[in-house]
Design a protein around this ligand. Sequence first.
Ligand SMILES: Nc1nc2c(ncn2[C@@H]2O[C@H](COP(=O)(O)OP(=O)(O)O)[C@@H](O)[C@H]2O)c(=O)[nH]1
Ligand SMILES: [Mg+2]
Length: 308
Amino acid sequence: MDMAAGILAGDMRALARGLTLVEERLPGARELCVKLAPHTGRALRVGVTGAPGAGKSTLIDALIRAARARGERVAVLAVDPSSPRTGGALLGDRVRMTSHANDDGVFVRSMASRGALGALAPNAGEALDLFDAAGFTLLFVESVGAGQADVDIAAESDITLVLSAPGGGDSIQAMKSGILEIADLWVVSKGDNPQAAALKHELLAMLALGGADQLEERVCVVAALANQGVEELLAKMLAAGAAARADGAFAARRRQRVRRRILAAAAELCAEKLPTDTPLLTELEARIRAGDLSVVGAARALLSGGNV
Ligand SMILES: Nc1nc2c(ncn2[C@@H]2O[C@H](COP(=O)(O)OP(=O)(O)O)[C@@H](O)[C@H]2O)c(=O)[nH]1
Ligand SMILES: [Mg+2]
């Protein structure tokens, strides 16, 4: 059986091999994605972001349990910053989620983020497509909240959860601007911590200032370790997913996602084509230094083969 057929039939080994192809951009990856594309679009994709230690993996683990009880098949993509220093965090995720190791309705995979700390792996979206084609109905992608990663994670997800934990340095003010805006649901994690209620109020106040609507429903306090608020959060996520499916928001987001991928791939192809050492580049560089041309002007000239 070929790999695409194997994945569609729910063969987990074919899925694992397919994920490696996509992650490493090995030969056959593109063809595989083309074959699977018509079989994607059924699963609900949930992005989970927040600072390291905010409780993302613990929450996902609890959500998996609740979702399995409802008959969902769940796959998790844990995007790990590739720095060797954070190897321990990855190991922590693996250990935590092994509680589902004997359940074939749960599949957990980690992926190195490459690029900047926390940036979503370029092929994370394609990995989610593979999960989707393999018949998983609820997909989580966990990523460390840091600038671009949040934008990426929101773009590849149907629903985005932004976690913040009480105590420590993870105060709302410390969160990067922009991260709060991408959230569909805001989660105060570690609800068993006495400071959780204060964090919720701080969050509500800040979001109200920013003009966010339906705040009371969209801010959730969850104590994942004690399994409190998990079922409620899952119910909200599934309801939001169903509503988005019904009103067309889902389909619109999916179209946007494919367009975004085309543009990213096009930008990459353009970058590959650019010369890095030509007489034209030397000339443009000299003209910038002489005050005759701007950097953007030079870039335009480079793209158009020398016409300034
Ligand atoms: N008290 C408490 N601690 C929690 C809770 N959820 C997670 N933690 C702890 O917070 C730490 C970081 O959790 P983890 O899920 O790895 O965070 P991540 O880096 O965001 O994935 C771990 O030591 C967890 O045991 C919770 O609900 N209550
Ligand atoms: Mg984690």
